[in-house]
Ligand binder design. Structure first.
Ligand code: 13P
Ligand code: SF4
Length: 308
């Protein structure tokens, strides 16, 4: 089947099965085109809580589909490619964080949304890259343990110097692979371009940026800016999507290394097979116990309350 035929068949099946497709912006163009909702992690969480369809099909990674299930527990939530996980989400152990919490009960645990539902059960509030500074700033507690991304944590710490923020060693291996030298080279190659960087990058790269923000933040900034050239310091798809949205501007990836293999696992045939297999049980459905949903959801509700 040709790509357009497959897309048309997906749109038909989506209607027939009453399914909403949620796609993270790191998905390829062909998937973004058939999605009902696209955006960064925060936007998709809010979309998942408001969706009207019977089924949600998530094109992204496992923790995102889990979050959608927690926010819409009455719906069937599927992940288009069962192998798509986020290595950062698996980096920290619930029991270890639980022990740290018991040692310092007055230190609130803030979890980046890129964490498993199990880990979320011992966290006080969740954040995304677009909401972290606002949410930590709005929290009553001045003592924070920020997990798992020490790069995003360092950025929050720098923006909120009055808060006592403790970090642990963890983060996104994809964004953290970019060095200050990569950024220097990119700036030298494109002297008229603004450098837009995701806070999952290391502090030395973030410090060199003209703008720091989430996936959606970077896209909105580049679309609205009067500048014509941009170096994009996040997953390679964002430079591609921007080039499509603004053909008159120029977008250069900060580094070819920022390619998330997990985000790139999902293909149109995966989406098609998932829609076909929903009834027969052949699609990958997210199942979570009611207890896990109730306990893990508290910190997501708190994120929406403080970030809204
Ligand atoms: P945002 O969607 O919050 O920009 O996060 C990027 C990311 O790495 C998601 O896995
Ligand atoms: Fe995880 Fe990084 Fe990939 Fe996002 S880009 S899914 S944080 S590995």
């Amino acid at each position: 089947m040709k790509m357009q035929e497959l897309q048309a068949e997906i749109l038909r099946l989506k209607k027939e099965t009453n399914t909403a497709i949620l796609a993270h912006s790191y998905q390829g163009r062909e998937i973004v085109e058939i999605a009902d909702f696209t955006g960064d992690s925060y936007k998709l969480s809010v979309d998942a809580s408001r969706v009207q369809a019977d089924n949600i099909l998530f094109c992204g990674v496992h923790f995102m589909a889990e979050t959608a299930k927690m926010l819409s527990p009455e719906k069937h939530v599927f992940l288009a490619n069962s192998g798509a996980g986020c290595p950062m989400a698996e980096q920290m152990d619930r029991d270890i964080i639980g022990q740290l919490k018991a040692k310092e009960p007055d230190r609130a645990v803030v979890a980046y949304i890129n964490t498993t539902a199990e880990l979320k059960t011992v966290c006080d509030v969740c954040v995304t890259s677009s909401s972290a500074v606002k949410i930590v700033g709005a929290m009553e507690s001045n003592k924070i343990l920020f997990i798992p991304d020490c790069n995003l944590g360092s950025y929050v710490k720098k923006c909120l110097p009055d808060k006592d923020i403790k970090l642990l060693q963890g983060g996104c291996p994809v964004h953290a692979s970019v060095t200050a030298k990569d950024a220097e080279q990119a700036k030298k190659a494109h002297p008229n371009a603004l450098l837009l960087v995701h806070p999952e990058c290391v502090p030395a790269v973030v410090e060199m940026a003209d703008y720091v923000g989430s996936t959606s933040g970077i896209m909105n900034y580049a679309i609205k800016s009067e500048n014509q050239e941009f170096i994009i310091g996040t997953e390679l798809s964002i430079a591609e999507h921007l080039q499509y949205e603004c053909p008159e501007k120029k977008f250069y990836p900060l580094s070819k290394k920022i390619l998330c293999p997990n985000m790139k696992l999902t293909t149109l045939p995966d989406v098609y097979r998932s829609l076909k297999g929903m009834e027969s049980g052949d699609a990958f459905e997210i199942h979570m116990s009611d207890e896990l949903i109730v306990n893990a959801r508290k910190c997501i509700d708190e994120m929406i309350r403080l970030g809204g």
